[in-house]
Design a protein around this ligand. Structure first.
Ligand code: NAP
Ligand code: MG
Length: 479
């Protein structure tokens, strides 16, 4: 392919829109307060510069927040008619829309994701989750869990850094709609949009204590899930921490849902529309720098079309623009942290050492910040670490298969089971494969589609429980 003869002019979104403050405080019982923990410094991963200081919680703050949530549960939220709760959720959804630009710019600064993704995916989908669940709040009796399903109580929720505001919405919207109150711990590296969300709760007039936000590191997450005043634990993050949490709540009677890691197969059959499949493969692994639990990180391609597909894929990947997350033309932004960049680099090196063939996009990378060029490994064997472990970065592992049965066997040969993709022209093959794939979500001729009406969740080491839609309500009802 010849290089493009012209360059894009920079199209930066204004950083001012983020309304960045020098410091942020935690949110407990309807007030912003200083925490007893060591303050955190959130940095911009695209420049390595500090963005803001964030006060963090201590163990006694966890106790205070859980008590506030308990009072709010008993005194107001659990006894309020669903149609009244719905009004608050609708207000929150509309306020997210009103402050969408601020939230999108702040998310891109704190997380490193391209502004076109925070603007067009994260923030609107977060608002959509509140709209969707606002609609359920007064219709829970028709959700299939009995005529008058009751809330569980106080939910302790811990979320990761890859979709900070969106994971918050997945957690808080169903909890509130069902009449529970929450204490949520955002990830240490991305606490800022959660604290703007706390402002939105104040703006919406949400009764104090219904939502409490406690920034902090992993120890605060551990203290929260272990607190005896919590009735329900909801966690999204790594399988390793998920297992620790499962041990910590065992025997306590707490209800638990875990949304963990993944190593999804994206399967391309020989009759697939190849150009369309290339777009889906790119979206599947390079969206959000590949920091996506359901990323299509294992490409399974039928042998007879592998060379042609890989050639088309490399041509397409070369056009991805890597760089400033606030530039509207950027396709791949910054890796969220130095630790994550080191993890990606180490796993990619294991691919070289185990004999896979590495191809790296020749794109220029910024001199500062945490960046990793889009990378495709071919000649990958199922035993290699890059085929088994979650890389959580812009690295695709390509394997081949000869028959549909071999494709299914390889796709299911993983300890995970969060998502899968199928590319084929045949409807019958889509149904045949979807029935055999052990994955919570199966996309056909598309990838990474998120909708609040569709339940999302895993099999095996990808966790259990569903978030979204009617099925997702079960996690927050006493059923
Ligand atoms: P992580 O290390 O498990 O962290 C997730 C959250 O748990 C963070 O808030 C973290 O705090 C906290 N935490 C750490 N140790 C804890 C402990 N012992 N007890 C309680 N909480 C603890 O995961 P990550 O590396 O940030 O996130 C990436 C992982 O999340 C990937 O494996 C990805 O697949 C998974 N993920 C899954 C889904 C899904 O829906 N299935 C969605 C998104 C991401 P700190 O931030 O301070 O470390
Ligand atoms: Mg940050």
């Amino acid at each position: 392919m010849t290089e493009s003869p012209w360059e894009y002019a920079p199209a930066p979104e204004s950083r001012e829109a983020a309304n960045l403050k020098p410091s942020y405080r935690m949110f407990v019982d309807g007030e912003f307060v200083d925490g007893g923990g060591e303050p955190l410094k959130s940095i911009n991963p695209a420049t390595e510069e500090p963005l803001a200081e964030v006060s963090s919680a201590s163990e006694s703050d966890v106790d205070g927040a859980v008590r506030a949530a308990r009072r709010a549960f008993a005194d107001t939220w659990s006894t309020m008619p669903g149609r009244e709760r719905a009004k608050y959720l609708f207000r929150i959804a509309r306020l997210i829309q009103e402050r969408a630009r601020e939230l999108a710019v702040l998310e891109s600064l704190d997380n490193g994701k391209p502004i076109k993704e925070s603007r067009d995916a994260d923030v609107p989908t977060a608002a959509a989750h509140f709209f969707h669940h606002a609609g359920w709040a007064d219709k829970l009796g028709y959700a299939g869990y009995g005529p008058d399903p009751r809330p569980i109580g106080v939910a302790g929720q811990v979320i990761p850094w890859n979709f900070p505001l969106l994971m918050l919405a997945w957690k808080i919207a169903p909890a509130l709609a069902c009449g529970n109150t929450v204490v949520l711990k955002p990830a240490e590296t991305t606490p800022l949009t959660a604290l703007v969300f706390a402002e939105i709760c104040q703006q919406a007039g949400l009764p104090p204590g219904v939502v409490n936000i406690l920034p902090g590191a992993g120890d605060i997450g551990a203290a929260l899930v272990a607190h005896p005043g919590i009735d329900k634990v909801a966690f999204t993050g790594s399988t390793e921490v998920g297992k620790q949490i499962q041990r910590s709540v065992a025997g306590s009677g707490k209800k638990l849902t875990l949304e963990l890691g993944g190593k999804a197969a994206n399967i391309v059959f020989d009759d697939a529309p190849l150009d369309q499949a290339v777009e889906g493969i790119v979206n599947g692994i390079f969206f959000n720098q590949g920091h996506v639990c359901c990323a299509g990180s294992r490409l399974l391609v039928q042998e007879s079309i592998a060379d042609e597909l890989l050639e088309k894929l490399r041509i397409r990947v070369r056009t991805l623009r890597v760089g400033d997350p606030l530039d509207k033309n950027t396709d791949v932004g910054a890796i969220n942290s130095a630790e994550q960049l080191a993890k990606i680099t180490e796993l990619a090196a294991s691919g070289d050492a185990e004999g896979a063939r590495r191809w790296t996009s020749p794109c220029p990378l910024p001199e500062r910040g945490f960046f990793f060029a889009p990378t495709v490994f071919s000649d990958v064997q199922q035993s290699m670490r890059i085929a088994r472990e979650e890389i959580f970065g812009p690295v695709l592992s390509v394997l081949t298969f000869r028959t549909p049965a071999e494709a299914i066997a390889k796709a299911n040969n993983t300890p995970y089971g969060l998502s899968a993709g199928i590319w084929t022209e045949k409807g019958s093959r889509i149904l045949w494969a979807a029935q055999r794939l052990r994955a919570g979500v199966v996309w056909a001729n598309t990838f990474n589609r998120f909708d609040p009406t569709a339940p999302f969740g895993g099999y095996q080491e990808s966790g259990f429980g569903r978030e979204g839609g009617r099925a997702g309500l079960e996690a927050y009802l006493d059923v």
